[in-house]
Write a protein that binds this ligand. Structure first.
Ligand code: UDX
Length: 450
Protein backbone atom coordinates (compact mmCIF):
# COMPACT_ATOMS: atom_id res chain seq x y z
CA UNK A 1 0.00 0.00 0.00
CA UNK A 2 2.79 2.41 0.94
CA UNK A 3 4.06 4.24 -2.13
CA UNK A 4 7.52 5.55 -2.76
CA UNK A 5 7.71 9.20 -1.69
CA UNK A 6 7.56 11.35 -4.76
CA UNK A 7 9.42 14.57 -3.94
CA UNK A 8 7.17 16.58 -6.28
CA UNK A 9 4.20 15.83 -4.01
CA UNK A 10 3.66 17.57 -0.72
CA UNK A 11 3.58 15.31 2.31
CA UNK A 12 0.14 15.02 3.84
CA UNK A 13 -0.71 14.26 7.45
CA UNK A 14 -4.01 12.68 8.51
CA UNK A 15 -5.23 13.92 11.90
CA UNK A 16 -7.97 12.11 13.85
CA UNK A 17 -9.59 14.20 16.63
CA UNK A 18 -11.69 12.89 19.52
CA UNK A 19 -15.05 14.67 19.13
CA UNK A 20 -14.98 16.97 22.16
CA UNK A 21 -14.07 20.64 22.17
CA UNK A 22 -11.21 20.15 24.66
CA UNK A 23 -9.65 17.65 22.22
CA UNK A 24 -10.65 19.23 18.88
CA UNK A 25 -9.13 22.64 19.71
CA UNK A 26 -5.59 21.40 20.36
CA UNK A 27 -5.50 18.92 17.45
CA UNK A 28 -6.61 21.63 15.01
CA UNK A 29 -3.93 23.88 16.48
CA UNK A 30 -1.45 21.05 15.94
CA UNK A 31 -2.66 20.87 12.32
CA UNK A 32 -1.97 24.59 11.91
CA UNK A 33 1.50 24.19 13.40
CA UNK A 34 2.42 21.31 11.10
CA UNK A 35 0.92 23.08 8.12
CA UNK A 36 3.20 26.03 8.82
CA UNK A 37 6.07 23.50 8.55
CA UNK A 38 5.04 22.57 5.01
CA UNK A 39 2.69 19.61 5.47
CA UNK A 40 -0.81 19.37 4.00
CA UNK A 41 -3.45 18.53 6.57
CA UNK A 42 -6.44 16.21 6.32
CA UNK A 43 -8.82 15.99 9.27
CA UNK A 44 -10.78 12.74 9.53
CA UNK A 45 -13.51 13.38 12.05
CA UNK A 46 -16.68 11.80 13.36
CA UNK A 47 -20.01 13.24 12.20
CA UNK A 48 -20.90 13.69 15.86
CA UNK A 49 -19.52 17.08 17.04
CA UNK A 50 -17.80 17.63 13.73
CA UNK A 51 -15.45 20.62 13.49
CA UNK A 52 -16.34 23.50 11.19
CA UNK A 53 -14.47 23.07 7.86
CA UNK A 54 -15.15 26.72 6.96
CA UNK A 55 -12.90 27.84 9.80
CA UNK A 56 -10.03 25.98 8.11
CA UNK A 57 -10.40 26.32 4.34
CA UNK A 58 -6.81 25.17 3.91
CA UNK A 59 -7.42 21.76 5.55
CA UNK A 60 -9.27 18.87 3.89
CA UNK A 61 -12.08 17.43 6.00
CA UNK A 62 -13.58 13.95 5.69
CA UNK A 63 -16.36 12.68 7.94
CA UNK A 64 -16.22 9.15 9.32
CA UNK A 65 -19.73 7.83 10.05
CA UNK A 66 -19.40 6.68 13.64
CA UNK A 67 -22.92 5.26 13.99
CA UNK A 68 -23.77 6.81 17.35
CA UNK A 69 -27.49 6.67 18.09
CA UNK A 70 -29.45 9.52 19.70
CA UNK A 71 -29.65 7.49 22.89
CA UNK A 72 -25.86 6.88 22.88
CA UNK A 73 -25.31 10.62 22.67
CA UNK A 74 -27.94 11.62 25.20
CA UNK A 75 -26.62 9.03 27.67
CA UNK A 76 -23.67 11.36 28.30
CA UNK A 77 -21.65 8.20 29.04
CA UNK A 78 -18.27 9.20 27.63
CA UNK A 79 -16.67 5.78 28.03
CA UNK A 80 -19.55 4.19 26.10
CA UNK A 81 -19.53 6.89 23.39
CA UNK A 82 -15.78 6.68 22.81
CA UNK A 83 -15.78 2.87 22.83
CA UNK A 84 -18.66 2.82 20.30
CA UNK A 85 -16.75 5.22 18.04
CA UNK A 86 -13.72 2.92 18.16
CA UNK A 87 -15.86 -0.15 17.44
CA UNK A 88 -17.65 1.48 14.49
CA UNK A 89 -15.07 3.61 12.71
CA UNK A 90 -12.33 1.23 11.68
CA UNK A 91 -13.78 -0.03 8.38
CA UNK A 92 -14.89 3.38 7.05
CA UNK A 93 -11.67 4.97 8.21
CA UNK A 94 -9.60 2.39 6.34
CA UNK A 95 -11.73 2.93 3.23
CA UNK A 96 -11.25 6.71 3.45
CA UNK A 97 -7.51 6.34 3.93
CA UNK A 98 -7.25 4.08 0.89
CA UNK A 99 -9.10 6.68 -1.17
CA UNK A 100 -6.80 9.40 0.17
CA UNK A 101 -3.70 7.45 -0.72
CA UNK A 102 -4.91 6.98 -4.29
CA UNK A 103 -6.25 10.52 -4.87
CA UNK A 104 -4.34 13.00 -2.73
CA UNK A 105 -0.72 13.45 -1.71
CA UNK A 106 1.08 10.69 0.11
CA UNK A 107 -0.05 10.26 3.68
CA UNK A 108 3.20 10.53 5.58
CA UNK A 109 1.69 9.77 8.95
CA UNK A 110 -1.58 9.40 10.86
CA UNK A 111 -1.72 11.44 14.07
CA UNK A 112 -4.53 10.24 16.32
CA UNK A 113 -5.97 11.49 19.57
CA UNK A 114 -5.17 8.93 22.27
CA UNK A 115 -8.89 8.01 22.47
CA UNK A 116 -9.19 7.35 18.72
CA UNK A 117 -7.07 4.21 18.87
CA UNK A 118 -8.95 2.48 16.02
CA UNK A 119 -6.68 4.64 13.82
CA UNK A 120 -3.61 2.69 14.82
CA UNK A 121 -4.98 -0.61 13.52
CA UNK A 122 -5.73 1.04 10.17
CA UNK A 123 -2.28 2.66 10.04
CA UNK A 124 -0.74 -0.77 10.65
CA UNK A 125 -2.92 -2.43 7.96
CA UNK A 126 -1.91 0.22 5.42
CA UNK A 127 1.71 0.35 6.53
CA UNK A 128 1.50 4.05 7.37
CA UNK A 129 3.46 5.35 10.38
CA UNK A 130 1.37 6.73 13.23
CA UNK A 131 1.82 9.08 16.18
CA UNK A 132 -0.35 9.49 19.29
CA UNK A 133 -1.55 12.92 20.41
CA UNK A 134 -2.20 13.33 24.13
CA UNK A 135 -4.33 16.33 25.11
CA UNK A 136 -4.30 16.16 28.90
CA UNK A 137 -1.41 16.81 31.25
CA UNK A 138 1.49 14.44 31.84
CA UNK A 139 0.55 14.46 35.54
CA UNK A 140 -2.90 13.17 34.58
CA UNK A 141 -1.34 10.28 32.68
CA UNK A 142 0.62 9.30 35.80
CA UNK A 143 -2.52 9.74 37.90
CA UNK A 144 -4.40 7.35 35.61
CA UNK A 145 -1.55 4.80 35.83
CA UNK A 146 -1.85 4.99 39.62
CA UNK A 147 -5.63 4.50 39.41
CA UNK A 148 -5.18 1.35 37.32
CA UNK A 149 -2.76 -0.07 39.90
CA UNK A 150 -5.05 0.83 42.80
CA UNK A 151 -7.97 -0.72 40.97
CA UNK A 152 -6.01 -3.95 40.45
CA UNK A 153 -5.45 -4.02 44.23
CA UNK A 154 -9.20 -3.59 44.85
CA UNK A 155 -8.76 -0.17 46.50
CA UNK A 156 -11.30 1.78 44.40
CA UNK A 157 -13.63 3.30 45.55
CA UNK A 158 -11.26 4.81 48.11
CA UNK A 159 -11.99 4.63 51.81
CA UNK A 160 -12.90 8.10 53.09
CA UNK A 161 -10.03 7.82 55.58
CA UNK A 162 -7.34 7.96 52.85
CA UNK A 163 -8.84 10.64 50.61
CA UNK A 164 -6.65 13.39 52.04
CA UNK A 165 -3.47 11.30 52.18
CA UNK A 166 -0.71 11.80 49.61
CA UNK A 167 -0.40 9.15 46.89
CA UNK A 168 3.11 7.64 47.21
CA UNK A 169 5.46 8.86 44.42
CA UNK A 170 2.86 11.28 43.07
CA UNK A 171 3.41 14.46 45.05
CA UNK A 172 1.42 16.79 45.22
CA UNK A 173 -1.54 14.51 44.48
CA UNK A 174 -3.75 13.18 47.25
CA UNK A 175 -6.02 10.20 46.64
CA UNK A 176 -8.94 12.60 46.22
CA UNK A 177 -7.09 14.38 43.38
CA UNK A 178 -6.66 11.28 41.21
CA UNK A 179 -8.45 11.63 37.86
CA UNK A 180 -11.57 9.55 38.40
CA UNK A 181 -13.88 9.75 35.39
CA UNK A 182 -17.25 11.48 35.31
CA UNK A 183 -19.25 8.29 35.84
CA UNK A 184 -19.27 7.05 39.40
CA UNK A 185 -18.32 3.48 38.45
CA UNK A 186 -14.58 3.42 37.78
CA UNK A 187 -14.83 -0.22 36.69
CA UNK A 188 -16.62 0.66 33.45
CA UNK A 189 -13.89 3.14 32.46
CA UNK A 190 -10.96 0.80 33.01
CA UNK A 191 -10.92 -0.70 29.47
CA UNK A 192 -10.96 2.79 27.93
CA UNK A 193 -8.11 4.04 30.10
CA UNK A 194 -6.08 0.91 29.32
CA UNK A 195 -6.77 1.30 25.59
CA UNK A 196 -5.92 5.01 25.54
CA UNK A 197 -2.62 4.33 27.34
CA UNK A 198 -1.42 1.66 24.89
CA UNK A 199 1.24 2.80 22.48
CA UNK A 200 0.43 0.03 19.98
CA UNK A 201 2.47 0.57 16.81
CA UNK A 202 2.84 4.32 17.19
CA UNK A 203 6.30 5.74 16.55
CA UNK A 204 6.06 8.65 18.99
CA UNK A 205 3.81 10.70 21.25
CA UNK A 206 3.02 14.39 20.83
CA UNK A 207 1.99 15.97 24.11
CA UNK A 208 0.13 19.23 24.60
CA UNK A 209 2.32 20.30 27.46
CA UNK A 210 5.57 22.12 28.01
CA UNK A 211 8.84 21.13 29.67
CA UNK A 212 9.01 24.02 32.13
CA UNK A 213 5.81 23.02 33.92
CA UNK A 214 5.84 19.23 33.56
CA UNK A 215 9.43 18.14 33.09
CA UNK A 216 9.59 15.78 36.06
CA UNK A 217 6.32 14.04 35.13
CA UNK A 218 7.49 13.71 31.52
CA UNK A 219 10.79 12.22 32.68
CA UNK A 220 8.99 9.73 34.90
CA UNK A 221 6.75 8.73 31.99
CA UNK A 222 9.75 8.28 29.68
CA UNK A 223 11.47 6.13 32.28
CA UNK A 224 8.57 3.96 33.36
CA UNK A 225 5.94 3.90 30.65
CA UNK A 226 7.17 4.94 27.26
CA UNK A 227 9.59 3.24 24.86
CA UNK A 228 9.00 5.78 22.05
CA UNK A 229 10.05 9.46 21.85
CA UNK A 230 7.81 12.06 23.48
CA UNK A 231 7.48 15.54 21.98
CA UNK A 232 6.06 18.10 24.44
CA UNK A 233 5.43 20.87 21.93
CA UNK A 234 2.71 22.83 23.74
CA UNK A 235 0.88 24.83 24.69
CA UNK A 236 -0.45 24.34 21.17
CA UNK A 237 -2.33 27.64 21.11
CA UNK A 238 0.94 29.50 21.76
CA UNK A 239 2.76 27.81 18.90
CA UNK A 240 -0.13 27.81 16.42
CA UNK A 241 -1.12 30.84 14.37
CA UNK A 242 -4.32 32.36 15.88
CA UNK A 243 -7.58 30.98 14.56
CA UNK A 244 -11.01 30.26 15.96
CA UNK A 245 -11.70 26.56 16.35
CA UNK A 246 -14.70 26.82 18.64
CA UNK A 247 -17.68 24.48 18.15
CA UNK A 248 -19.93 27.03 19.85
CA UNK A 249 -20.44 30.56 18.55
CA UNK A 250 -18.01 32.86 20.32
CA UNK A 251 -19.92 35.83 21.73
CA UNK A 252 -17.71 38.91 21.60
CA UNK A 253 -20.20 41.18 23.39
CA UNK A 254 -18.16 40.83 26.57
CA UNK A 255 -15.10 42.56 25.13
CA UNK A 256 -16.60 46.11 25.06
CA UNK A 257 -17.86 45.39 28.60
CA UNK A 258 -14.34 44.35 29.69
CA UNK A 259 -12.94 47.50 28.06
CA UNK A 260 -14.92 49.55 30.61
CA UNK A 261 -13.54 47.75 33.70
CA UNK A 262 -10.46 48.73 35.63
CA UNK A 263 -7.10 47.00 35.39
CA UNK A 264 -6.92 43.46 36.85
CA UNK A 265 -10.30 43.84 38.54
CA UNK A 266 -12.53 41.29 36.81
CA UNK A 267 -12.99 37.69 37.87
CA UNK A 268 -13.68 35.58 34.76
CA UNK A 269 -15.80 32.49 35.49
CA UNK A 270 -16.07 29.53 33.13
CA UNK A 271 -16.49 25.85 33.86
CA UNK A 272 -15.62 24.68 30.35
CA UNK A 273 -17.57 22.66 27.83
CA UNK A 274 -18.91 19.74 29.85
CA UNK A 275 -19.48 20.56 33.51
CA UNK A 276 -23.11 20.89 34.67
CA UNK A 277 -24.15 22.38 37.99
CA UNK A 278 -27.23 22.16 40.20
CA UNK A 279 -29.52 25.01 41.23
CA UNK A 280 -28.15 25.13 44.78
CA UNK A 281 -24.54 25.36 43.60
CA UNK A 282 -25.47 28.08 41.13
CA UNK A 283 -27.05 30.13 43.92
CA UNK A 284 -23.84 29.83 45.99
CA UNK A 285 -21.75 30.87 42.99
CA UNK A 286 -24.03 33.81 42.27
CA UNK A 287 -24.06 35.14 45.84
CA UNK A 288 -20.33 34.53 46.25
CA UNK A 289 -19.72 36.65 43.16
CA UNK A 290 -22.18 39.31 44.25
CA UNK A 291 -20.77 39.54 47.80
CA UNK A 292 -17.16 39.79 46.57
CA UNK A 293 -18.04 43.20 45.11
CA UNK A 294 -15.64 42.54 42.22
CA UNK A 295 -16.83 42.90 38.61
CA UNK A 296 -17.31 39.49 37.00
CA UNK A 297 -17.68 37.95 33.57
CA UNK A 298 -19.54 34.66 33.88
CA UNK A 299 -19.88 32.16 31.04
CA UNK A 300 -23.03 30.10 31.52
CA UNK A 301 -23.38 27.57 28.70
CA UNK A 302 -27.01 26.98 27.67
CA UNK A 303 -28.16 23.82 29.45
CA UNK A 304 -25.27 23.75 31.93
CA UNK A 305 -27.51 24.57 34.89
CA UNK A 306 -29.45 21.37 35.56
CA UNK A 307 -33.14 21.65 34.67
CA UNK A 308 -32.97 24.99 32.88
CA UNK A 309 -32.33 26.27 29.38
CA UNK A 310 -30.01 29.07 30.42
CA UNK A 311 -30.10 31.46 33.40
CA UNK A 312 -33.73 31.12 34.53
CA UNK A 313 -32.62 29.46 37.78
CA UNK A 314 -30.31 32.27 38.90
CA UNK A 315 -31.62 33.91 42.10
CA UNK A 316 -33.94 36.84 41.25
CA UNK A 317 -32.25 39.47 43.45
CA UNK A 318 -28.92 38.53 41.92
CA UNK A 319 -30.15 39.07 38.36
CA UNK A 320 -31.04 42.66 39.22
CA UNK A 321 -27.60 43.21 40.79
CA UNK A 322 -25.84 41.75 37.73
CA UNK A 323 -26.71 44.83 35.72
CA UNK A 324 -24.37 46.87 37.88
CA UNK A 325 -21.26 44.75 38.13
CA UNK A 326 -21.54 41.63 36.06
CA UNK A 327 -21.75 40.36 32.53
CA UNK A 328 -23.21 36.93 31.79
CA UNK A 329 -22.65 35.35 28.38
CA UNK A 330 -23.36 31.98 26.78
CA UNK A 331 -19.83 31.60 25.48
CA UNK A 332 -16.76 33.82 25.37
CA UNK A 333 -13.62 34.14 23.26
CA UNK A 334 -11.68 32.74 26.21
CA UNK A 335 -8.14 33.36 25.08
CA UNK A 336 -8.99 36.97 24.21
CA UNK A 337 -10.70 37.38 27.58
CA UNK A 338 -7.72 35.99 29.51
CA UNK A 339 -5.40 38.31 27.61
CA UNK A 340 -7.54 41.36 28.45
CA UNK A 341 -5.92 43.79 30.89
CA UNK A 342 -9.11 44.07 32.98
CA UNK A 343 -9.06 40.36 33.92
CA UNK A 344 -7.46 39.75 37.31
CA UNK A 345 -8.43 36.14 37.98
CA UNK A 346 -9.95 33.03 36.40
CA UNK A 347 -12.40 30.86 38.33
CA UNK A 348 -12.06 27.67 36.35
CA UNK A 349 -12.97 23.98 36.35
CA UNK A 350 -9.29 23.44 35.42
CA UNK A 351 -9.76 21.60 32.15
CA UNK A 352 -6.26 21.25 30.71
CA UNK A 353 -6.78 23.75 27.88
CA UNK A 354 -8.16 26.38 30.25
CA UNK A 355 -5.31 25.76 32.68
CA UNK A 356 -2.70 26.22 29.95
CA UNK A 357 -4.47 29.29 28.56
CA UNK A 358 -4.56 30.91 32.00
CA UNK A 359 -0.90 30.12 32.70
CA UNK A 360 0.10 31.59 29.33
CA UNK A 361 -1.59 34.89 30.17
CA UNK A 362 -0.27 35.03 33.73
CA UNK A 363 -3.81 35.03 35.16
CA UNK A 364 -4.03 33.51 38.68
CA UNK A 365 -6.79 30.96 39.18
CA UNK A 366 -9.52 29.86 41.54
CA UNK A 367 -9.64 26.12 41.02
CA UNK A 368 -13.03 24.45 41.07
CA UNK A 369 -12.53 20.97 39.58
CA UNK A 370 -15.50 18.68 38.94
CA UNK A 371 -14.26 15.39 37.48
CA UNK A 372 -11.49 13.56 35.69
CA UNK A 373 -8.20 15.33 35.07
CA UNK A 374 -9.55 18.63 36.42
CA UNK A 375 -8.68 17.67 40.01
CA UNK A 376 -5.09 16.82 39.00
CA UNK A 377 -4.68 20.13 37.18
CA UNK A 378 -6.26 22.03 40.09
CA UNK A 379 -3.82 20.47 42.54
CA UNK A 380 -0.84 21.34 40.35
CA UNK A 381 -2.09 24.92 39.94
CA UNK A 382 -2.57 25.39 43.67
CA UNK A 383 0.26 23.28 45.15
CA UNK A 384 3.00 22.77 42.56
CA UNK A 385 3.09 25.93 40.43
CA UNK A 386 1.23 27.81 43.19
CA UNK A 387 -0.50 30.19 40.81
CA UNK A 388 -4.00 29.66 42.19
CA UNK A 389 -6.21 28.78 45.13
CA UNK A 390 -8.32 25.69 45.44
CA UNK A 391 -11.97 26.14 46.37
CA UNK A 392 -12.64 23.39 48.92
CA UNK A 393 -16.41 24.02 49.13
CA UNK A 394 -18.74 25.70 46.72
CA UNK A 395 -20.09 27.97 49.43
CA UNK A 396 -20.72 31.73 49.11
CA UNK A 397 -18.51 32.82 52.05
CA UNK A 398 -15.54 30.77 50.81
CA UNK A 399 -16.06 32.02 47.26
CA UNK A 400 -16.15 35.63 48.37
CA UNK A 401 -12.93 35.19 50.41
CA UNK A 402 -11.16 33.41 47.55
CA UNK A 403 -12.02 36.12 45.01
CA UNK A 404 -10.93 38.91 47.34
CA UNK A 405 -7.68 37.13 48.19
CA UNK A 406 -6.84 36.33 44.58
CA UNK A 407 -7.58 39.75 43.14
CA UNK A 408 -7.19 42.32 45.89
CA UNK A 409 -5.57 41.28 49.15
CA UNK A 410 -1.90 41.36 50.03
CA UNK A 411 -2.29 37.68 50.90
CA UNK A 412 -2.70 36.94 47.18
CA UNK A 413 0.28 39.04 46.12
CA UNK A 414 2.69 36.09 45.88
CA UNK A 415 0.22 34.04 43.84
CA UNK A 416 -0.23 36.91 41.41
CA UNK A 417 3.54 37.37 41.14
CA UNK A 418 4.15 33.65 40.54
CA UNK A 419 1.48 33.64 37.82
CA UNK A 420 3.36 36.42 36.02
CA UNK A 421 6.69 34.54 36.43
CA UNK A 422 5.25 31.31 35.09
CA UNK A 423 3.88 33.16 32.07
CA UNK A 424 7.42 34.37 31.30
CA UNK A 425 8.89 30.88 31.70
CA UNK A 426 6.35 29.41 29.28
CA UNK A 427 7.01 32.25 26.88
CA UNK A 428 10.68 31.33 26.84
CA UNK A 429 9.85 27.67 26.13
CA UNK A 430 7.50 28.53 23.29
CA UNK A 431 9.65 31.27 21.76
CA UNK A 432 12.45 30.78 19.27
CA UNK A 433 15.04 28.35 20.60
CA UNK A 434 12.74 27.30 23.46
CA UNK A 435 12.09 23.66 24.37
CA UNK A 436 8.71 23.40 22.60
CA UNK A 437 10.23 24.74 19.38
CA UNK A 438 13.20 22.35 19.61
CA UNK A 439 10.89 19.39 20.19
CA UNK A 440 8.80 20.55 17.25
CA UNK A 441 11.89 20.56 15.02
CA UNK A 442 12.70 17.02 16.17
CA UNK A 443 9.12 15.94 15.47
CA UNK A 444 9.23 17.36 11.95
CA UNK A 445 12.55 15.57 11.34
CA UNK A 446 11.02 12.33 12.54
CA UNK A 447 8.00 12.66 10.23
CA UNK A 448 10.25 13.55 7.29
CA UNK A 449 12.30 10.44 7.99
CA UNK A 450 9.31 8.07 7.59
C1 UDX B 1 -12.81 18.57 29.01
C2 UDX B 1 -12.59 17.98 30.38
O1 UDX B 1 -13.54 18.54 31.26
C3 UDX B 1 -11.19 18.34 30.79
O2 UDX B 1 -11.02 17.88 32.08
C4 UDX B 1 -10.19 17.80 29.80
O3 UDX B 1 -8.89 18.28 30.14
C5 UDX B 1 -10.51 18.26 28.38
O4 UDX B 1 -11.88 18.02 28.08
P1 UDX B 1 -13.33 21.13 28.75
O5 UDX B 1 -14.50 21.36 29.62
O6 UDX B 1 -13.52 21.06 27.30
O7 UDX B 1 -12.51 19.90 29.20
O8 UDX B 1 -12.25 22.27 29.18
P2 UDX B 1 -10.88 22.70 28.59
O9 UDX B 1 -9.92 21.60 28.39
O10 UDX B 1 -10.46 23.79 29.47
O11 UDX B 1 -11.25 23.27 27.16
C6 UDX B 1 -12.23 24.24 26.96
C7 UDX B 1 -11.87 25.05 25.74
O12 UDX B 1 -13.01 25.80 25.40
C8 UDX B 1 -10.72 26.00 25.99
O13 UDX B 1 -9.84 25.99 24.89
C9 UDX B 1 -11.40 27.35 26.12
O14 UDX B 1 -10.64 28.44 25.62
C10 UDX B 1 -12.64 27.17 25.28
N1 UDX B 1 -13.71 28.02 25.80
C11 UDX B 1 -14.33 27.74 26.97
C12 UDX B 1 -14.07 29.13 25.07
O15 UDX B 1 -13.47 29.41 24.02
N2 UDX B 1 -15.06 29.92 25.54
C13 UDX B 1 -15.73 29.66 26.69
O16 UDX B 1 -16.64 30.44 27.01
C14 UDX B 1 -15.34 28.55 27.44
Amino acid sequence: MRKQTDSARKQRLALVPCPYQGHINPILQLGKILQSRGFSITILHTIYNSPNPQAHPDFSFFPIPEGLSKSDISSGDLAHIVTTINDNCKVSFQHLMEQQESQEDDIACIIWDEYMYFSDAVATNLNIPSIIFRTSSAATFLGRCALLQLHARGLIPFQDSILHEMVPELYPLRYKDLPLPICSEFESSVPLIVDSHKIRNASAIIWNTVDCIEQSCLMQIKKEHCPVPIFPIGPMHMIAPPNSVSLLKEGTSCIPWLDKQSLNSVIYVSLGTMVSIGEKEVAEMAWGLANSKQPFLWVIRPGSICGSDWIEKLPQGFKVGVRERGCIVKWAPQKEVLAHKAVGGFWSHCGWNSTLESICEGVPMICNPHFGDQSVNARYVSHEWRVGLELENLERGEIERAITKLILDDEGKDIRARAKDLKEKVKLCTGEGGSSQSHLNELVDLIMSF
